[in-house]
Design a protein around this ligand. Structure first.
Ligand SMILES: Nc1ncnc2c1ncn2[C@@H]1O[C@H](COP(=O)(O)OP(=O)(O)OP(=O)(O)O)[C@@H](O)[C@H]1O
Length: 252
């Protein structure tokens, strides 16, 4: 679903993403981890067809990330860190608005009802978004991003600040989608969430410092960390130290 080769993004003299190579297969939940400013959002934006790479190449669902960006944008789901909902509209009206935006044809009402049920939002359908608590707003944002049943979903820190119930509902939803064949690329600040991914890439100053299946990374670093089951947080801190980075950097 995603193939990137040596993808780089520069803003002037500053290199935000530096030679990233990775691939994500159908139905995988792939986690992008890294400290603030590591380049995760910039990388996601290139994969979503919003930003052009400075160099390198890649495809998303077979479309070229430099030349076929509008094709990619039409097919994917994307929930950015600053997701936008209309506070004066009800939950259902917001979803109908996104249904129009995604050009959902035919059974809009049925699809909106399905998505409301999937995210436990049915009883809130007539409530204005401004009257919802933060966690419930996040559910509306997830629901909006999945309304057109995209085969590939990009989620940039989707559970940031969410309450435990919302986070749990969100991960239940992600597993359901992945079981149905949806491919998911997610960035997260929460290590327990990162450990739920099939594979992760740890980014450090624009580069992928470690990548692989969570279980394989644990095995790989068990010896050097002298622990049978090191956490992703411990692995990340080990990598940071090895590169002479400042202590205390937070993974997320
Ligand atoms: N349009 C831009 N112009 C200049 N610099 C930028 C631009 N967008 C991002 N950057 C810089 O690129 C670096 C990577 O930013 P990015 O938002 O991709 O990081 P991130 O890993 O997503 O961080 P966070 O977890 O804080 O969202 C940062 O130093 C940021 O200031």
């Amino acid at each position: 679903m995603i193939r990137l080769e040596e993808v780089t993004k520069k803003f002037g003299d500053f290199t935000a993403v530096d030679g990233v190579t990775l691939s994500v297969g159908k139905g995988e939940i792939y986690g992008l981890l890294g400290a603030n400013g590591a380049g995760k959002t910039t990388l996601i934006r290139m994969m979503c067809g919003i930003l052009s790479p400075t160099s390198g190449k890649g495809t998303v669902m077979g479309w070229d990330i430099s030349r076929e960006q509008s094709r990619i944008q039409e097919r994917i789901g994307y929930m950015s860190q600053k997701f936008s909902l209309y506070p004066d509209l009800t939950v259902e009206e917001n979803l109908r608005f996104y249904a129009d935006l995604y050009h959902i044809q035919g059974h809009v009402k049925k699809r909106v009802a399905e998505v409301l049920a999937e995210w436990n939002l049915t009883e809130w359908r007539s409530t204005r978004v401004s009257a919802l608590a933060g966690g419930w707003r996040q559910r509306v944002a997830f629901a909006s991003a999945t309304l057109h049943a995209p085969p590939l979903l990009f989620l940039d820190e989707p559970t940031s600040g969410a309450d435990p119930a919302t986070r749990r509902a969100f991960w239940d939803g992600l597993y359901r989608l992945a079981e149905g064949g949806t491919t998911i690329l997610v960035t997260t600040h929460y290590m327990d969430e990162a450990e739920r991914c099939d594979r992760v890439a740890m980014m450090l100053r624009g580069k992928v410092a470690a990548e692989g299946r969570v279980t394989d990374l644990r095995r790989e670093y068990a010896g050097v960390l002298n622990k049978p089951r090191p956490t992703l947080e411990e692995i990340f801190h080990h990598i940071i130290r090895g590169r002479g980075e400042k202590h205390g950097q937070k993974l997320g």
